[in-house]
Write a protein that binds this ligand. Structure first.
Ligand code: PFF
Length: 452
């Protein structure tokens, strides 16, 4: 069925497409603010352990399922076992929740690019600048429209191939630029405390919430537990080295997140002494911190800022395109609508769902769901509830229904599968047990039944 779809990943390298999807706002915007909030070094440590153990195993499983069946999530799980058709649908809900609010943040990045291009970088340094912007009812929504609009045009005209090819140049430049910014950032006066905070784990800050946040971030950043890697796997050739591809995506994705943390967290200390409110800034952290770093470097810094936000926007677009493509193809497969109609519907639905996320920072900030505004609520439901549930069921499915051996056989068609034992133990035992413990304890915490 997928052959008739307008696939962007069928014609280009798998790693390139998957890395384009994986590296995005999750790495540059989301990872640093979570690391800052959840204790720095301890979060980083937990995150790294999760990526090389669980993240690796789940990514291998998802890609292998896709490659074996040649189908995207809904069809793949159904083809393997009819009883698990529901898993395909459950995974499909995740990108539908993420896509709208992802576009809200994408709109913020577009706004910052415009700020730097029009020479207003100095104003962006003010602490009130960002809050003033996101709390407005109209302007952020307009930027949201711009971002969704561009994404939809790319998906509709099927020019993803061009975009992904361009990202071959843009992504490495983004890495180089980020390394430069982080070098500058870590050498600011006062940054040393931030480097220590980010790199040295403080075990007294550990809690199940750290693991839940790190796990949600891992799924989000590596584009796992949402069916997308199954779809990518369905386009992967039988002779390309699956295990190596996963290692490369993992390294690139985690490397980018690590550098982003180094860019932002030491700068928080340099500019605000690492006081708790600054570290807890959440979604706004990148937008209030980076302008200060750029301003420190003067005129050159502002020029840097413009190029930097352009590249971040690009990384965000490659991810949002893959999110929208996933949603569009699920709907097309299910309802047999044509592409134009599906794209238009997804575009409109996205705007409607994204609206509360955007307004929740201003006029609708009074609406609180589970202690969160709309956007943080959507973020929590997808990353901390749905994705762990999907990952848990996937582990059970692979471990006890499909069999880890079947996956291993698929992987071994093209790879040595050196980490097979790790894969088996993670999928069958460690991951499911950990997910249940963490999910239950943090849900009880969110509902104020226990405090962790
Ligand atoms: N992994 C992307 C990021 O880190 O920004 C987000 C994402 C993109 C998630 C595409 C899911 C997806 F299908």
């Amino acid at each position: 069925m997928h052959h008739t779809r307008n696939s962007f990943s069928s014609k280009i390298g798998f790693v390139l497409a998957a890395a384009g999807s994986a590296v995005g706002l999750g790495n540059i915007w989301r990872f640093p603010y979570l690391a800052a909030k959840y204790g720095g070094g301890i979060f980083l440590l937990v995150y790294l352990i999760l990526v090389v153990s669980f993240g690796f195993s789940l990514m291998v499983a998802e890609i292998a399922i896709g490659r074996k069946t040649g189908l995207s999530a809904v069809g793949a799980f159904r083809a393997l076992d009819k009883r698990f058709s529901f898993l395909g649908y459950l995974t499909s809900i995740v990108p539908m929740i993420i896509f709208p609010y992802y576009c809200v943040i994408g709109g913020w990045v577009a706004k910052y690019l415009a700020v730097y291009l029009t020479g207003q970088g100095a104003q962006a340094v003010e602490d009130t600048f960002f809050k003033g912007f996101i709390s407005q009812p109209v302007e952020p929504v307009l930027w949201l429209c711009v971002f969704v609009g561009v994404t939809a045009v790319i998906v509709f005209f099927g020019v993803q191939k061009g975009i992904e090819k361009a990202s071959r140049v843009m992504m490495p430049v983004l890495v180089v630029l980020s390394v430069l910014v982080s070098l500058y950032s870590v050498t600011r006066p006062g940054a040393l405390e931030g480097i220590k905070y980010y790199l040295i784990p403080d075990f007294s800050r550990f809690s199940p919430l750290t693991v839940l946040a790190a796990m949600g971030q891992m799924f989000y950043s590596m584009s796992l537990a949402m069916g997308i890697m199954v779809t990518y796997g369905s386009y992967m050739k039988k002779d390309s080295d699956l295990e190596k591809a996963v290692s490369q995506i993992e390294l690139f994705d985690t490397g980018m997140a690590f550098i982003a943390g180094l860019m932002i967290i030491p700068a928080v200390f340099a500019h605000s002494d690492g006081d708790a409110t600054a570290l807890n800034a959440g979604a706004s952290l990148m937008f209030v911190t980076l302008p200060k770093v750029f301003a420190d470097a003067g005129a050159l810094g502002y020029a840097f800022g413009a190029v930097f936000f352009l590249l971040v926007l690009f990384a965000a677009l490659t991810s949002s395109v893959s999110l929208m493509e996933t949603v569009v193809s699920i709907l097309q497969d299910k309802f047999h609508w044509n592409r134009k109609r599906t794209c238009l519907l997804v575009l409109i639905a996205c705007l409607i769902i994204a609206l509360p996320s955007s307004l929740g920072w201003g006029v609708w900030s009074g609406v609180v769901l589970l202690g969160r505004n709309f956007q943080d609520f959507f973020d929590f439901i997808s990353n901390s509830v749905l994705m762990p549930i999907v990952a848990f069921i996937t582990c059970l499915f692979v471990g006890y229904v499909m069999g880890t051996k079947t996956v291993a056989e698929e992987v071994r068609i093209s790879s040595k599968f050196r980490r097979e034992r790790l894969f088996t133990v993670m999928i069958k035992f460690v991951a499911p047990v950990c997910i249940v413990l963490i999910l239950v304890s943090s849900l009880l915490d969110a509902l104020h039944i226990i405090t962790i």
